[in-house]
Design a protein around this ligand. Structure first.
Ligand SMILES: C[S@@+](CC[C@H](N)C(=O)[O-])C[C@H]1O[C@@H](n2cnc3c(N)ncnc32)[C@H](O)[C@@H]1O
Length: 317
């Protein structure tokens, strides 16, 4: 296994990581990486000294393997582990034949709450007709970083619940019945709807009203207020703090630091909203620094969820 001596010069060359871009945010990934080589949305790069967030999946231990036949390629992968997601940008037919010889992986929408199975999900691509690039260790447990849920078109008043579902599934932890949640920037109420459905008690806070159906759900209390002018002591001990408020990342960070200092909350799920646009000039205003400060907080991590738009998610627990 590994690099065979008589192979072509491997594309991986000096690079030690492969980042799978989210096509809409590839420009952000390029700015985070600085130096890279791209093939079909896969960025071959060194790991920079700072964390990199704007990707769907990071291949943490990629290597090159050469093969002589379709069966040989499939055997290389099967001998490592069961689950493999292909990301093909060339050699599509050959790639499809290799994939057919691997155990099937389900891409069905997952019900919420869903517990991720305890079996790793690897990723592979073809660099040419006899060269695989492979990583058994990947940051995303979802095939190619993608997870879909069966959408509920009737219960929630917005589609924002999908990113909360993904965040909780990824964290492998869900508010339990009776736990106390504070939902900042809650309106119209997709996140509050999710939390109430789990049986949690929710204090939903926003400057604009909740959807009336959500405000009437059992266990939901609405507070019309600027969430960031409320101190942790005004709210008291809570099990979970959720924040999807549209605000500057620095403002959110300052408020979260108060919560951490108070010791009044155990777990946090917060959206870090980017203010810059995705076009050329606006991209220069994207805040790359504050997400790194979130990532440096004790415990937790910052991710770009499949359901995130121009925003990141801090999972603080
Ligand atoms: C993207 S929406 C939230 C969607 C919500 N999570 C859902 O699932 O329906 C952003 C919300 O943040 C609220 N917001 C912005 N600044 C706020 C602040 N300082 N305090 C409270 N809410 C705020 C806005 O009024 C808006 O309702």
């Amino acid at each position: 296994m590994g690099v065979l001596p008589d192979g072509p010069p491997p594309l991986l060359g000096p690079y030690t990581r492969v980042f799978q871009a989210d096509p809409a945010f590839a420009g952000h990934l390029e700015r985070e990486l600085g130096v890279w080589e791209e093939r079909g949305g896969l960025y071959f790069a060194e790991s920079p000294p700072h964390p990199v967030f704007w990707h769907r999946n990071l291949w943490e231990a990629p290597f090159i393997a050469q093969f002589d036949s379709i069966s040989g390629a499939a055997k290389i992968l099967r001998d490592i582990q069961r689950n493999w997601a292909p990301i093909l940008w060339t050699q599509f037919r050959r790639g499809a034949l290799i994939a057919q010889k691997l155990p099937p992986i389900s891409r069905k929408p997952r019900p919420f709450p869903w517990v991720i199975p305890d079996t790793p999900m690897g990723a592979w691509t073809l660099l040419d007709h006899r060269t695989l690039a492979v990583s058994a260790d990947c940051t995303s447990p979802f095939p190619a970083g993608v997870i879909d849920f069966p959408e509920d078109h009737h219960g929630p008043p917005s589609r924002a619940y999908l990113k909360l579902w993904e965040a909780l599934v990824l964290a492998g932890s869900f508010p339990a019945a009776g736990e106390r949640c504070f939902d900042a920037g809650a309106s119209p109420g997709g996140w509050t709807w999710t939390l109430a459905n789990l049986g949690a008690s929710v204090v939903a806070c926003d400057r604009t009203p909740l959807d009336a159906r959500i405000a009437a759900l059992p266990g939901v209390t609405f507070v019309k207020h600027d969430a960031f002018t409320l101190n942790p002591q005004d709210i008291g001990p809570i099990d979970w703090l959720f924040c999807d408020a549209a605000c500057y990342p620095q403002r959110l960070l300052g408020w979260i630091e108060k919560w951490l200092a108070s010791g009044l909350c155990k777990r946090f799920v917060c959206t870090i909203k980017m203010q810059g646009s995705l076009d050329g000039t606006g991209a220069n205003t994207v805040d790359f620094d504050t997400p790194r400060r979130f990532a440096a907080l004790p415990g937790g991590r910052v991710v770009h969820l499949y359901h995130n738009k121009h925003e990141l998610t801090w999972l603080g627990f």
